[in-house]
Design a protein around this ligand. Structure first.
Ligand SMILES: Cc1cc2nc3c(=O)[nH]c(=O)nc-3n(C[C@H](O)[C@H](O)[C@H](O)COP(=O)(O)OP(=O)(O)OC[C@H]3O[C@@H](n4cnc5c(N)ncnc54)[C@H](O)[C@@H]3O)c2cc1C
Ligand code: SF4
Length: 450
């Protein structure tokens, strides 16, 4: 039995002690002032800018880039935060290559977009470091709103509601606020405790209190909230995990990618975190890529992502797939799990069936199989709604909402991953939380909730 990288089974301490900090450091170092000025100078300040249209929160991108160019990063931050109060996290985690930067005319013309995400980070980091606050609450309205879920959707909703003068209490089942910003996003995208710093920045506005360790459905009900608050916003995210539906999935060494990532995000000592020598991750989305890359960074010798369809069908962007490849992760397509193989009750491999599209376009097993030897299997095949909150109507397994985020229950709104429609992205959750808050504000100001 080898040591370190070559130690069989699932073991901690695969790397030299000083390697962990280097592996989990910032994926993209921030731009220095002169780099930001040079990059901002590449922008054409387009009229009807396609980058702005492509941003789910509609940030005035040409405006904030011009403010950076005139050496006014605080003004730029204000422009960003007006639309997206979590602009700091979005600058780090947005798949910009599929959103603003894909739409940038410089991308179309020369294949090299303006680095909008990096510039956004430059502006927002400058403002947060200076503790600059740009917004003042309206006079108190005397109305109280309960927000359930302190993820991006809940935080964005809470900020906008507090801005309008309402008092907001956020309830979250986890010990820390931030949602997947704190427990899900890959460590190298937001290192240095950024998620908590951002929660502090958002709540510094005032009028927002956060109660953690309080689970809707266990510690309180929607009916109780309805009795003591004037409106409720649900930003519950997706707490459930899909099953593999493969024989042997309960074996020791088969784990949820989401739980692995959450543990990793909360670990004080990464060297103490066990990981397999050979890891197989089942799935094709961002969670699969993050679990695979972080397994490699923890010292797993061989990491393979297995996805049942082709490269072009993967939810993980081309950029994320390239990132995985650059970290030494192998991605294999057209393979679905059939059976987890075990020796003495522990994972020793996974049997996979080859898949293909038939003439009707349906995915079918071809009947051929293959085996990948491994010590650990991560399931990353999608998340599901863990609770309907106590009676709101669902659509397609998520909470049904109208264009303003209103649920089937009067006085209750929802947004972010738990709500039907929209991409499961941080920036979309922010946009939906913010827009639902505007709808709640209209309702509390005497309008109707439908
Ligand atoms: C591993 C992973 C990596 C990702 N990487 C990216 C990325 O790089 N870029 C990107 O744009 N998006 C990424 N995403 C998606 C992104 O994190 C989500 O779209 C976003 O966090 C959704 O925000 P939300 O507020 O709707 O939900 P969440 O962030 O999930 O927050 C929901 C909150 O509600 C709380 N909650 C749930 N149920 C209850 C209850 N019953 N009572 C009380 N509180 C409750 C939870 O504790 C949580 O704090 C990733 C997702 C995962 C899983
Ligand atoms: S599309 Fe590109 S060049 Fe045009 S305003 Fe946006 S960032 Fe600038």
């Amino acid at each position: 039995m080898g040591e370190g990288l070559r130690k069989d089974g699932i073991a901690p301490g695969r790397l030299p002690a000083d390697q962990y900090a280097a592996n989990f450091g910032d994926l993209h170092p921030p731009l220095a002032r002169h780099e930001a000025l040079v990059e901002a100078d590449r922008c054409y300040f387009c009229f009807d800018a396609p980058c702005q249209t492509a941003c789910p929160t509609s940030i005035d991108i040409p405006m904030f880039i011009r403010e950076i160019l005139t050496d006014n990063p605080l003004g730029a931050a204000e422009t960003i935060f007006e639309q997206n109060i979590l602009g700091g996290m979005c600058a780090r985690v947005c798949p910009t290559e599929q959103l603003c930067e894909e739409a940038c005319v410089r991308e179309t013309a020369e294949g090299k977009p303006v680095k909008i995400g990096q510039l956004q980070r430059y502006a927002t980091d400058t403002a947060m470091a200076a503790e600059a606050q740009f917004f003042t609450r309206a006079a108190p309205t005397g109305k109280r709103v309960a927000v359930v879920g302190a993820g991006p959707a809940g935080l964005a909703a809470a900020h906008r509601l507090a801005l309008h003068g309402h008092d907001v209490v956020i309830h979250d089942g986890r010990p820390k606020p931030g949602g997947l910003n704190e427990y899900g996003i890959a460590s190298y995208k937001a290192p240095g405790g950024f998620a908590q710093a951002e929660v502090d920045y958002v709540t510094a506005l005032g009028g927002i209190s956060i109660e953690t360790g309080k689970l809707l459905g266990e510690d309180f009900t929607l009916a109780e909230l309805g009795g003591s608050f004037d409106a409720v916003f649900l930003g519950l995210g997706l707490g459930g995990v899909n099953a593999l539906r493969a024989e042997g999935e309960d074996a020791d060494g088969v784990d949820n990618a989401i739980d692995f990532i959450a543990t990793l995000r909360q670990a004080d000592d990464l060297a103490a975190l066990p990981v397999g020598r050979r890891v197989v991750v089942i799935g094709g989305g961002m969670t699969a890529v993050d679990a695979a890359v972080q397994s490699r960074l923890l010292g797993a010798e061989e990491v393979t992502i297995v996805y049942r369809r082709g490269k072009e069908h993967m939810n993980a962007s081309g950029y994320e797939q390239d990132l995985a490849a650059s970290k030494g992760v192998t991605i294999r397509h057209w393979l679905a799990p059939r059976r987890v193989l075990t020796e003495a009750g522990r994972v020793s491999g996974i049997e996979l069936g080859y898949m293909a599209l038939d003439e009707t376009g349906a995915l079918r097993p071809t009947g051929e199989t293959t085996v990948i030897a491994c010590d650990q299997v991560f399931k990353a095949i999608g998340q599901t709604l863990a609770t309907d909150g106590g009676g709101v109507a669902l659509a397609g397994g998520k909470i049904a909402v109208d264009a303003e985020g209103r649920t089937s229950m009067p006085g209750v709104w929802a947004g972010g991953d738990c709500a039907a429609g929209g991409d499961d992205l941080t920036v979309t959750a922010v946009a939906e939380g913010r827009d639902a808050a505007e709808s709640i504000h209209r309702f509390l100001s005497g309008g109707s909730n439908g």
